[in-house]
Design a binder for this molecule. Sequence first.
Ligand SMILES: NC(=O)c1ccc[n+]([C@@H]2O[C@H](COP(=O)([O-])OP(=O)(O)OC[C@H]3O[C@@H](n4cnc5c(N)ncnc54)[C@H](O)[C@@H]3O)[C@@H](O)[C@H]2O)c1
Length: 337
Amino acid sequence: MPDKIRFSIVGFGNIGRRHAGQILQNPDTDLVAVCDIDPAAKAHVPEGIAFYTNVDEMLGKSTADVLCVCTPNYLHEPHTISGLKAALHTVVEKPMAMSVAECDRMIAAADETGKTIFAVKQNRYNPPVREVKKLMANHELGNIFMIQVNCFWNRGDSYYAGSDWRGKKNKDGGCLFTQFSHFVDILYYLNGPVKEAEGWIHNFAHRHNTEVEDTGSFVLKAVNDAIINFNFTTCAYERNMEGSITIFAEKGTVKIGGQYLNTIEYQQLATATLPPINITAKANDYGLYQGSMSNHDKVIQNVVDVLLYNQSVMTSAEEGREVVRIIEQMYKGAVRV
Ligand SMILES: NC(=O)c1ccc[n+]([C@@H]2O[C@H](COP(=O)([O-])OP(=O)(O)OC[C@H]3O[C@@H](n4cnc5c(N)ncnc54)[C@H](O)[C@@H]3O)[C@@H](O)[C@H]2O)c1
């Protein structure tokens, strides 16, 4: 491995450009090539960095160690496998893929090539999530009784306009894949796997521009027997309202809240007092809409830490697959009303 990790990126839209920004800022990383099928994306590529419109051509000429897969959801599987087969480690944006079968093929390719898949789940780095993770890992909450996940965001017409994949059943997959897989991941990260799921989904306000639901309400049963309420909508009026996880347990109640899991909104704990965290300025801002906390610096740093300093992967491919499995289970257990 060289002194610096050399990155390439496929997909140079909103999130690809964010990856580039973080790679350029990190002293241990270089950006060597970018690919986007849209030639207009070249305008956003910093000078001196090779630009391609064909991913196979980029991989064929690659001097990179890592490929960041920042294309739409339905391309995560083929682009990750192409990267691995070209002997590159891959960083794959969320969701890892659109089905467990796709994830299995990606993991098989990583096993065959001996390269690593890094699944992007940047909300794991949110300070409130880290605090609650520590509590739960130390069993300081005792038995977990009930968890309430509320994802109340806004996605307006401008979000879907001009995009050929957002809101499409076979390219996007639905809100649980594209908007709220972050919350499924944090639920899984904190409380472990889910064994049962049932719920209702409906498209109330986005029928003119999406083929998927915009609202859903689920009850899940975790393997540790906690009862989980998972509610989501992209119909919050005019702007994102809330993205929260509340945990009711034997030795405490705690709510990670704000719009994107950015505050400790409530705590009543037997053994600890969490620091008052209220981060308000770190949402990924895409101009016309806001996403979750902007921690891609830490995603890139984790790749450096693993490849240069033998540390462990923050989110493995197996964990990325488990999130996709929960989402699949939720959609299978859903009645479309
Ligand atoms: N982690 C996060 O918080 C976060 C935030 C936003 C998006 N994402 C994920 O990142 C992915 C991209 O989302 P986005 O908002 O950047 O979308 P986008 O539409 O802004 O960008 C996607 C880019 O991929 C390019 N592309 C499409 N097909 C291609 C191909 N075959 N080869 C090369 N380039 C191709 C498009 O031209 C476009 O520029 C999605 O999977 C999304 O879920 C993650």
